[in-house]
Design a binder for this molecule. Structure first.
Ligand code: HH2
Length: 283
């Protein structure tokens, strides 16, 4: 299947910068809650090399409280409109069809839904009608209930089966299949060891034939793997571990990395790509 995401470079991995316009996101909550600060942060990410700006107005951290779509739109639409008007490729991180519609209207070109278009029954027909690009992420339950649903005999096989089932539903609903990217949903209804198993098992998910997006930036898996003697670095101190995890994900077939630290990731990806590619540039 060819990769038809809105004109992303085919020859190198893509970097998606995370811009949460929320008071409560696990890592950057409250940093960009005023639109001007969020727009400036988005411009800075684009200047640092982000291929996509992923704008969200609802935290999906474990136990987070749902945000009504009206409030979510109030948070994200002005930011999306300004960044899309400035020529940046914008995705909207939402589970709500009303927010998707308003975001697409404001210039977003990708819908990133942690529920794989299952949370809101109007989301699937909306994305099918618009023909926009979409990220289908694996999760069980909701951010409020997912922690109790992390039971798998074989996490890689079951996540693959559940994503394949979602793909079948999307196909039947008339989605543009070449505009879909899949995401294992690191940290969503998985324990830390299940998250690690999924990263190792990415080739089995890539075999479904869709580009893989991976989001592990600053997540608790990184804290756990980086920690020593029971002490884990807090989210803001997880950059080195996040870069190591990102490069590992690329080596296992990830195509798009969803990250907080754009400039650092772009540099790491560039070096990794040059070394892993056929020739080292520069002679
Ligand atoms: N992770 C988060 C949110 N959205 N979307 C995709 N496709 N993949 C992910 O792994 C993913 C996601 C959670 O991270 P973050 O946005 O930094 O935090 P919060 O949900 O607290 O806003």
């Amino acid at each position: 299947m060819s990769f038809l995401w809105p004109d992303l470079p085919p020859e190198r991995p893509a970097v998606m910068g995370i811009l949460n316009v929320t008071p409560d996101s696990f890592s950057d909550g409250g940093r960009h809650s005023d639109p001007a600060a969020a727009i400036a942060a988005g411009r800075a990410m684009a200047a640092a090399g982000a291929d996509i700006l992923d704008i969200g107005g609802e935290s999906t951290r474990p136990g987070a409280r749902p945000v009504p779509p009206e409030e979510e739109c109030r948070r994200v639409v002005p930011v999306i409109a300004a960044l899309a008007a400035a020529g940046h490729r914008v995705s909207v991180d939402t589970r709500n069809a009303a927010t998707m519609a308003a975001a697409l209207e404001a210039g977003a070109v990708i819908v990133n839904d942690v529920s794989a278009l299952a949370h809101d029954p109007r989301a699937l027909p909306l994305v099918a009608a618009r023909g926009c690009a979409v990220v289908l992420m694996h999760m069980r339950g909701t951010p409020a209930t997912m922690a109790s649903l992390a039971h798998y005999d074989d996490v890689v096989a079951e996540v693959r089966e559940e994503l394949a089932a979602r793909l079948a539903v999307c196909r039947a609903a008339g989605l543009r299949m070449e505009a879909i990217a899949l995401d294992p949903g690191i940290g969503f209804a998985k324990t830390r060891s299940q998250n690690a198993a999924l990263l190792r098992g990415l080739p089995a998910l890539a075999a479904l034939g869709y580009p893989l997006l991976v989001g592990l930036s600053r997540k608790s898996l990184i804290g756990a793997l980086a920690g020593t003697g029971g002490e884990e670095p807090p989210p803001g101190a997880r950059l080195p571990g996040s870069l190591a995890g990102a490069l590992f994900a690329l080596s296992r077939g990830a195509r798009i990395l969803r990250v907080h630290d754009v400039a650092e990731t772009v540099q790491a990806v560039r070096v990794w790509g040059a070394l892993a590619g056929p020739e080292v540039p520069g002679g």
